[in-house]
Design a protein around this ligand. Structure first.
Ligand code: CTP
Ligand code: MG
Length: 539
């Protein structure tokens, strides 16, 4: 009965893992592996994808009787997991223990009959729960207690120890198990549409949805892999007869991507249940389709043939798994940046989360002893089988945690956060670049205010959109935050814009007039107009 559902609807594994975070900081890697056993991103992905494929998304009445709902579902198959969430209505994610449950449920579903409208008769795993006996008004059974908040909770941080505050902040903002399941489910639902044209296709999440640095509410970046090529393929025989597909040819891979995305965008727009505001952004350096998936509340970016970005997702994931301090530090810096408008959800001349993450990783590579290895070191450690060249870029690095060893560094998160701000307060941005590759002062190859080298497409600057006023603002905020931490401030002080602007007002009233800010804003708007979709234009 009810307890059965409560059991199924409650989750502990992730939170358990997080609560033990603090105790894992200083364990050598081998110890950590015994406890945690980090999974490769590939395995994690496969597991999540399989879960998603045997799941359905159901729009429900807010007062749906959970027991009755579960009982109804169990007629179709064994339910592994079921949870409710709110996003422009109430929804349930239902995972069956196998595909048969999904099939049986779909076969039993009816097409809606509406009197004044017509429907696109597309049968998908996005369903709506109906009840012939009108609504169940049994208040006691309303599933509110089990509803998951999938958006960002506004938590107040009143803890004493800075380190504890950092851990709590990370816990409050990282993607939950439910949110991650929903992300994979949305990919799987969208893929059902793409698979109508390309039966071998798969839509995979990348970026912060899977790299370990995702914050609740972050966008859902997806890659449409048309025939499994992004994972490497082709067993071409060395001799003898073989078959080849007879295919249509076009001028470039880019042209193929554009036409495929254009068709998929059209489908999503016209037939895709829950897909609204579909925009084709096909002339960006990395063509994409942007839309909102209403039932999940996710802002989606769908790209194709973006293999290098998949690889950088894996790299970021690896860095996040290598040391338990990495994620909390990245989270704190990202929250801090968002609170002070260093980053913004609107494309423009701002620093992006991706850039900030690389800045934190770069800083951690420069501790003494280093907390993270360089990318060149990870390349040296790779086995011949791990060699990977994508679109002419060497993307080789080892994903084997056992081969990566580092000297023990026992710095605390407090120290690291303070030193991060200090580090970038004095970083010589006009001469130096930020580069995960190797040690040694890297000189800037070009004149953009901030130069952060793309880890794999090394001739690209991922932050070329950042203008000098945004960079100055970042540096000023770093200085002030370093000062606040030195004077013993709590994390919530650091995250409140007003506290820092008070300091700024005192220090910089004359040198930073309001017109500077307006100038910065105008400049960013200009950049926005010149380059459509700056943030996704993988320079
Ligand atoms: N990316 C890239 N070059 C850029 C921007 C993005 O290679 N200039 C890749 C990165 O792998 C990044 C992914 O595209 O992780 C998604 O980009 P974006 O959504 O901008 O960043 P996220 O890391 O997903 O962070 P956020 O939470 O802000 O979405
Ligand atoms: Mg993203």
């Amino acid at each position: 009965g009810f307890s059965f559902l409560t059991k199924m609807a409650s989750f502990t594994p992730l939170s358990n893992q997080r609560s033990s975070l603090k105790h894992l900081f200083f364990l050598p890697l081998s110890e950590k592996k015994k406890k945690n056993g980090p999974k490769s991103l590939r395995d994690l992905r496969a597991e999540r994808q399989a879960q998603a494929e045997r799941s359905v998304l159901v729009s429900c009445h807010p007062k749906t009787h959970e027991n009755k709902f579960l009982k109804y579902l169990s007629r179709h198959g064994n339910v592994n997991k079921c949870f409710f969430y709110e996003s422009f209505g109430t929804y349930a994610v239902v995972e069956f223990s196998n595909q048969d449950g999904v099939q049986s449920l779909l076969e039993s579903a009816a097409m809606p009959s509406v009197s004044h409208e017509s429907v696109v008769p597309l049968r998908s795993r996005l369903l709506s729960l109906r009840n012939v006996n009108t609504v169940d008004t049994d208040k006691q059974s309303a599933p509110s207690a089990n509803h998951r908040e999938l958006t960002c909770p506004l938590t107040v941080f009143l803890l004493t120890q800075l380190e504890q505050q950092i851990v709590s902040l990370t816990e409050a903002h990282s993607l939950t198990d439910e949110n991650t399941r929903l992300r994979f489910l949305v990919c799987s639902l969208l893929n059902d549409i793409a698979a109508a044209y390309f039966p071998q296709s798969s839509i995979k999440p990348f970026g912060s949805s899977v790299n370990g640095f995702g914050k609740l509410g972050c966008d859902l970046d997806m890659i449409l892999d048309l025939d499994g090529t992004s994972e490497g393929n082709a067993n071409m025989p060395r001799s003898g007869m073989y078959m080849e597909y007879l295919v249509k040819r076009t001028s470039s891979e880019r042209a193929v991507t554009q036409s495929v995305l254009s068709v998929i965008a059209g489908c999503l727009d016209q037939f895709g249940p829950g897909c609204v505001g579909v925009q084709k952004i096909l002339n960006a350096r990395c063509p994409l389709v942007r839309f909102a998936h209403q039932p999940s509340g996710f802002q989606c970016d769908l790209t194709a043939s973006n293999r290098v970005a998949m690889r950088s997702t894996e790299l970021l994931y690896l860095f996040g798994e290598l040391d338990a301090r990495v994620r909390p530090l990245v989270f704190t810096v990202r929250c801090w940046a968002r609170a002070h408008g260093v980053t913004s959800p609107i494309p423009g001349a701002w620093i992006t989360n991706f850039s900030l993450t690389i800045m934190v990783l770069f800083f951690l590579q420069r501790r003494n002893p280093p907390i993270l290895p360089t990318l060149d070191r990870l390349k040296e450690l790779a086995e011949p089988s791990e060699k990977c060249v994508l679109d002419g870029n060497d993307c080789t690095f080892t994903s084997d945690f056992h081969r990566i060893s580092l000297e023990t560094n026992t710095e605390t998160l407090d120290q690291l956060l303070g030193d991060f701000f200090e580090f970038y307060s004095t970083f010589i941005f006009n001469r130096m670049s930020i580069n995960l590759g190797r040690y040694g002062k890297e000189h800037k190859p070009e004149l953009h205010p901030l130069y952060i080298q793309n880890p794999f497409e090394t001739s690209l600057n991922i932050s070329k959109n950042v203008n000098s006023s945004q960079l100055e603002r970042f540096v000023t905020l770093c200085q002030e935050s370093a000062w606040l931490l030195q004077s013993g401030s709590h994390l919530n002080t650091l995250l409140l814009p007003s506290h820092i602007s008070v300091v700024r007002g005192r220090k910089k009233r004359k040198s930073q007039p309001a017109s500077e800010r307006i100038k910065g804003l105008l400049e960013s708007l200009r950049i926005k107009n010149n380059q459509d979709t700056n943030d996704i234009d993988f320079h």
